[in-house]
Write a protein that binds this ligand. Structure first.
Ligand SMILES: Cc1cc2nc3c(=O)[nH]c(=O)nc-3n(C[C@H](O)[C@H](O)[C@H](O)COP(=O)(O)OP(=O)(O)OC[C@H]3O[C@@H](n4cnc5c(N)ncnc54)[C@H](O)[C@@H]3O)c2cc1C
Length: 392
């Protein structure tokens, strides 16, 4: 078993890290919204393209670097050392997951109209699945948004929220029920709706804890939104299958990016502990501090191995549902613990906005909820455990 990355992958990860250190981190501003202006992002993206670091996950014919899922593990971690890094390289959520979905399922016309400008960073996108109660949340089969046929067209009505990137998106991927007689997982469809169509209402950018994410997390309503048959992504009734194809790898890429932030938090804490004294010695000479550093390092190490293995399984064509769920639970909870420990080690400074830790700590809390709450992933893992036990 060879655990080393191919030399070209290590070299790219190294270059991404240097780019993030030199070009991205200086733009971080945790004393205000933590976000970045459109103009600054455009400028940063031009620099990433000029440095040959654009879209590591996309194939060259879409302008990307052509790395496989297992190859992007260290590269996305390097980009994720700043929450602005993935945006700069066009590998941030939700666009990165949406591009993957479109790559798999668009027809020629949809590829030209939506995927190519998204891959080029000319527009951003949003995926509208979650609904306020009593609609789809942890249980997506509770989907209430409806699409009904009207001649060749579809008419969509529904209420969504937490549509990330919803503000200013170039298009929306909308999950809707297309056949109420079938179970939801067979009777749902994803539609692509260009922004600005009559019937699309961005109600508000839902205020959340943590910094302002690019494009926000929006509450949306669709009122008699009329879309042609060509707006269907894949085939009618395939919505859940398509979503699974999107979410498997997208869960892993979330873990990769968040590992970057957690690793940087560990480094910040390690630096502070090396410089700060208490009770006649450096903090890093106190065993309680050493154990916090050690626990963070070992949990991050385990997470990297889990991601690498799950990515490998997905590349072999396996669903890796349990392994992806294990990664998601482990990474989400590790990141929260690593940030918590880093703040503890940095004391008052850790709470201040002089360091990024407190902003990341607020933002990381959502990681245990989006793309499946930890409890839901544990449910998936436990189902496998119980099934194998019953099978003897
Ligand atoms: C920052 C952020 C960005 C998001 N971006 C998007 C997006 O772009 N597109 C999109 O469609 N959605 C998005 N979401 C929504 C996200 O996917 C949902 O919040 C998540 O799936 C949980 O659904 P819910 O909020 O409706 O929670 P609910 O379904 O109401 O569940 C609430 C809680 O119940 C518990 N629970 C649920 N099921 C079980 C179970 N089986 N066993 C034990 N406990 C359980 C969990 O603790 C869960 O947190 C985003 C959410 C956040 C916070």
């Amino acid at each position: 078993m060879d655990f080393s990355h191919p030399p070209h992958v290590s070299e790219i990860a190294h270059r991404v890290r240097r780019f993030v250190d030199e070009e991205v981190i200086p733009l971080e501003d945790f004393k205000s919204s933590g976000s970045i202006s459109d103009a600054a992002l455009r400028n940063l993206r031009q620099k990433a393209k000029a440095a040959g670091l654009w879209a590591p996950q996309l194939p060259p014919d879409l302008g990307g670097m052509g790395l496989s899922l297992s190859e992007i593990v260290p590269v996305f971690e390097a980009a994720g050392r700043s929450h602005l890094g993935p945006l700069a390289l066009n590998c941030a959520a939700p666009d990165e997951g949406n591009m993957h979905l479109l790559q798999l399922f668009t027809n020629g016309q949809q590829r030209e109209r939506y995927l190519k400008p998204l891959a080029a960073g000319e527009i951003h996108s949003a995926f509208a699945m979650t609904e306020p109660a009593p609609g789809a949340g942890s249980d997506p089969t509770m989907l209430l948004t409806r699409a009904e046929r009207d001649g060749e067209d579809w008419i969509i009505n529904g209420h969504k929220w937490f549509t990330s990137g919803g503000e200013g998106a170039g298009f929306y991927l909308i999950m809707a029920r297309t056949d109420s007689d079938l179970p939801a997982h067979k009777g749902s469809t994803i539609f692509i709706a260009p922004a600005g169509m009559p019937g699309i209402e961005v109600v508000r950018n839902v205020p959340i804890m943590g910094f302002d994410d690019f494009g926000g997390h929006c509450e949306m309503k669709f009122h008699d939104l009329r879309l042609p048959a060509s707006a269907v992504l894949g085939e009618v009734g395939q919505g859940f299958a398509l979503t699974q194809a999107r979410l498997g790898p997208a869960r892993l890429t979330h873990c990769m990016r968040w590992t970057g932030i957690a690793q940087r938090a560990l480094e910040i804490a390690t630096q502070y502990a090396a410089e700060r004294d208490a009770f006649g010695k450096h903090l890093n000479e106190h065993q309680a501090v050493q154990w916090m550093l050690a626990d963070s390092a070992l949990e991050l190490h385990a997470g990297r191995l889990m991601m690498q293995q799950a990515a490998w399984l997905l590349e072999q064509g396996q669903h890796a549902r349990e392994e992806s769920s294990m990664c998601k639970v482990h990474a989400a909870e590790t990141v929260n613990r690593v940030l918590d420990r880093a703040i503890q080690i940095c004391g008052g400074k850790g709470i201040s906005r002089d360091l990024p830790l407190s902003s990341w700590y607020e933002a990381a809390r959502a990681f245990r909820i989006y793309d499946g709450a930890s409890e839901v992933h544990r449910m998936v893992i436990a189902r496998g455990v119980i099934k194998r036990h019953s099978a003897g």
